[in-house]
Design a protein around this ligand. Structure first.
Ligand code: NAI
Length: 209
């Protein structure tokens, strides 16, 4: 894992799926799995699995397969979720609340460190045990709390300016839910999430089935 290779987005996007399946095997007290068995569970080919994992190192042994705990821990290390990330949510509306209430996000190593909003009626309220703070206090907050990721769940018109400010405050990871593209310096890492894209892909598949 020491030598950094360029890994395709498609491979990175499959890593969480590997984790989900490995987690299920762990729950069933299974200790090892062959690439063939894993491929059948995941609907991939065995060679695809070997190819994906070989981007990051050697995890399996011929004739033995993969040690599930080892592979699970290794993928967590690759994703950085073994160390955990601190996330702040900006915008405590429907989407912000859904993230704050999501157990699976927190179980995967993303701790919600703070929730911020501009609306005085929301400031001071609690979501999943976390107090909503005034967005104007973010800078002070960041000075005392390590923040890796800002989830941007605010109206589209506000998103670019808020993203720029977060970047200037030193938050390099931006999880952007609004339908606007962010133009930030190269060291910013932006992940855009669009539920509507996903349902449109479904629509396409239904239409072309
Ligand atoms: P909402 O109206 O329920 O919540 C937005 C919240 O942001 C409000 O509480 C508002 O007071 C707060 N806000 C506005 N300006 C702010 C600022 N400058 N700083 C801090 N807080 C601020 O809206 P909802 O439904 O939660 O949507 C939020 C965003 O997510 C929108 O851009 C929406 O288009 C997008 N969205 C994205 C989806 C996706 O799949 N990516 C799905 C649904 C919504």
């Amino acid at each position: 894992m020491g030598n950094r290779k360029i890994v395709s987005e498609a491979v990175i996007k499959r890593l969480p799926r590997y984790l989900r399946h490995l987690c299920e095997l762990q729950r069933n007290d299974i200790l090892r799995v062959s690439s063939k068995e894993l491929s059948q569970r995941m609907g991939l080919t065995a060679s695809q699995i070997r190819q994906d994992l070989s981007c990051f190192g050697e995890f399996g042994q011929q004739g033995y397969g993969y040690n599930i705990d080892f592979l699970f821990d290794s993928i967590n290390k690759i994703l950085g979720t073994d160390k955990g990330f601190n996330v702040i949510i900006i915008g405590a509306g429907n989407m912000g609340r859904a993230i704050a209430n999501s157990e699976s996000i927190q179980l995967r190593g993303f701790a919600i460190a703070g929730i911020f909003d501009i609306n005085e009626e929301l400031i001071g309220s609690e979501i999943n045990g976390i107090k909503v703070l005034d967005v104007n206090t973010i800078h002070e907050f960041i000075k005392t709390t390590k923040v890796d990721i800002a989830a941007l769940t605010i109206p589209r018109e506000q998103t670019k300016a808020v993203a720029k400010k977060m970047y200037e405050y030193g938050i390099k990871g931006l999880w952007n839910f609004s339908a606007t593209d962010l133009t930030l310096p190269k060291d910013a890492v932006v992940e855009n999430v669009h539920l509507s894209d996903s349902i449109m892909v479904l629509g396409y598949k239904i239409n072309n089935n």
